[in-house]
Design a protein around this ligand. Sequence first.
Ligand code: COA
Ligand code: MG
Length: 281
Amino acid sequence: MTRLRSLLFVPGDRPERMAKAALLEADALILDLEDSVTPAAKSAARAAIAGFLAEPRRQMLFVRVNPLDSGLLDDDLAAVLPARPDGIVLPKAEGGASVAALAARLSGPALILPIATETPAAIFSMGSYVGVSERLCGLTWGAEDLPAAIGASSSREADGSYTAPYQLARSLTLFGAHAAGVPAIETVYPDFRDTEGLAAYAARGRRDGFTGMMAIHPTQVPVINAAFSPSEAEIANARAIVDLFAANPGAGALSFDGNMIDAPHLKAAQALLVRAGSLSA
Ligand code: COA
Ligand code: MG
């Protein structure tokens, strides 16, 4: 699969922003029919997205549809599926059952990227994405809808970091994705003027095992791409580890730069080289 470092949201009722987004280096766009579009604008947004999908594309194009129980999903899919989006982002997903329900309504090759933490019940379904559908292409999370659903006044501490309930949601997404063998995608960083804060946030995500992140504003795209691209030094380091094991075929544990390395280090080095495009999967 193409790498998914940055996925930029564009409201579905803003076709001029879609045209701008198409020129950016985002790996994917998420054309939104859900929360950024008012009920009155849904119909125009469906038409605008279908029109944009019909044009030649140089990014993966996802459509965020309305939730399974919204009463809007059939019209969303009827409008966009004929133009063959690369994927569907499913908000308010509640585990593998939601993915299966959406997959049953899809035609064509569309992938599915669930937003996996937007309802209280969703939190208890994070282990159920394993093996549910070939269409599942990742797992992502959100910290905007869940606080409203449980009557929390905020998802954030005074310093901007997530409170414990949302750190739990984030961690479950990370492990749920990896249990299912798909990429874990970080949620948006809403303060789009704060690129330094974004860089630090994205770096933490990468450190923890996320391999991409959603964006809401053009300025965020290069920051996210950089954060989720291995540096030259990391590639060289990984290459050295892979080469060292290759040169010592019988050895399970080796000494490298004064540290012990064994099977998990080799696995991590190989995965990094695959992500960097310098080793085939
Ligand atoms: N995609 C493409 N272009 C975008 C964009 C986006 N998501 N967000 C902003 N731009 C463009 C603007 O059109 C503007 O272009 P211009 O300089 O040619 O006029 C430029 O980037 C600067 O925009 P700015 O004035 O800084 O932002 P804004 O105040 O107009 O809009 C948001 C701010 C948050 C409303 C806007 O970034 C946005 O719509 N983001 C996506 C929201 C969304 O989809 N949310 C749902 C998921 S959380
Ligand atoms: Mg939402």
